[in-house]
Design a protein around this ligand. Structure first.
Ligand SMILES: O=C(O)CCC(=O)C(=O)O
Ligand SMILES: [Fe+2]
Length: 296
């Protein structure tokens, strides 16, 4: 079985629809190789300095290198890629907001064994999210070409709709793609890094987004120093979590917007939970929960 590929001209809505139906989508040549060259140059010293994993899940011949917003201006472009952000926003539109969950270069060195097949949503303490509640939208951007021999990520197509089960490599197919292409996949689809049987390094950039009310896997506030955060554009800051995650999550100080920590407004303003709750579509329940300020 061949993996599903979409052209780089696919709309975010098309990508999200493919994700809903198949649990994944590969978008070919979504960014030029020159962007990957820049990320490679900016992140190279950090990849070299990273340690190998300490267990079979993260991979004993696999390195994970994060803090990409702080370390790589080019990575910021990848995170805000319109197709990636658009598809994540559409796929997670049942939530009030979505946010960046983690940034990580995964370097699978020759000889690295296959990773156990898993669902990424287990990261939240194995909480059994309802079958129809998608909590994250994940991307693996190919930083090198991605062949089966090199350990291309393996996927169990359609498994996002099935109950929990132990899958083996034989149940999976490789997501073969070219450098600059992106594999989008849901938090529910079973997948894992393949074994690298070649003599070449397999590298991918794992950028994942999650609904706004959950804890982020990579702590964005501590990972990006505040002096760097102050220089970043507002749309990127919001995705990092410098905004309310939903009507009650993420306020600072005296119930104020988190952005005020970076850019204090001329006039201070307390957040309005009612507006946020209505944005979330809680028409009936929100009325019971929150006193309507127009009638109170
Ligand atoms: O590197 C890969 O191909 C997949 C990695 C992965 O699934 C994970 O670390 O959760
Ligand atoms: Fe994973």
């Amino acid at each position: 079985m061949e993996a599903i590929h979409l052209p780089s001209t696919a709309t975010p809505e098309e990508v999200a629809a493919t994700l809903r139906e198949h649990g994944y989508a590969i978008v070919d040549n979504l960014v030029p190789e020159s962007l990957m060259d820049r990320i490679e140059a900016e992140m190279g010293p950090y990849v070299n300095a990273s340690l190998y994993g300490d267990d079979g899940f993260v991979g004993k011949l696999t390195k994970r290198t994060g803090a990409m917003i702080a370390r790589s201006p080019a990575a910021r472009e990848l995170i805000m890629n319109p197709t990636a952000i658009g598809a994540a926003g559409d796929f997670l539109k049942h939530a009030t907001t979505f946010q960046l969950h983690l940034t990580q270069i995964i370097s699978v060195f020759p000889g690295s064994k296959a990773q156990p097949i898993h669902r990424d949503q287990v990261a939240w303490d194995f909480f059994p999210f309802p079958p129809d509640y998608e909590v994250q939208c994940n991307l693996l951007w190919a930083m090198t070409d991605y062949t089966e021999e090199m350990g291309a990520t393996r996927l169990v197509p359609g498994s996002h709709r099935l109950p929990d089960k132990d899958y083996s490599i034989e149940d999976s197919i490789p997501a073969v793609m070219k450098r600059g292409s992106a594999l989008f996949y849901t938090g529910k689809i079973y997948h894992g890094a393949g074994e690298n049987k070649s003599d070449r390094l397999r590298q991918a950039i794992n950028i994942t987004y999650a609904v706004g009310w959950v804890r982020q896997e990579e702590n964005q506030y501590l990972t990006t120093p505040i002096e760097i955060a102050r220089t970043l554009p507002e749309d990127l800051l919001k995705v990092m979590g410098y905004q309310m995650g939903c009507f009650a999550m993420g306020y600072v100080g005296d119930f104020e917007d988190p952005m005020t920590v970076l850019h204090p407004p001329a006039e201070r303003k307390v957040l309005n939970t009612e507006i946020m709750a209505k944005k979330a579509g809680y028409v009936g329940d929100a009325k019971k929960l929150l006193v309507d300020s127009t009638t109170a």
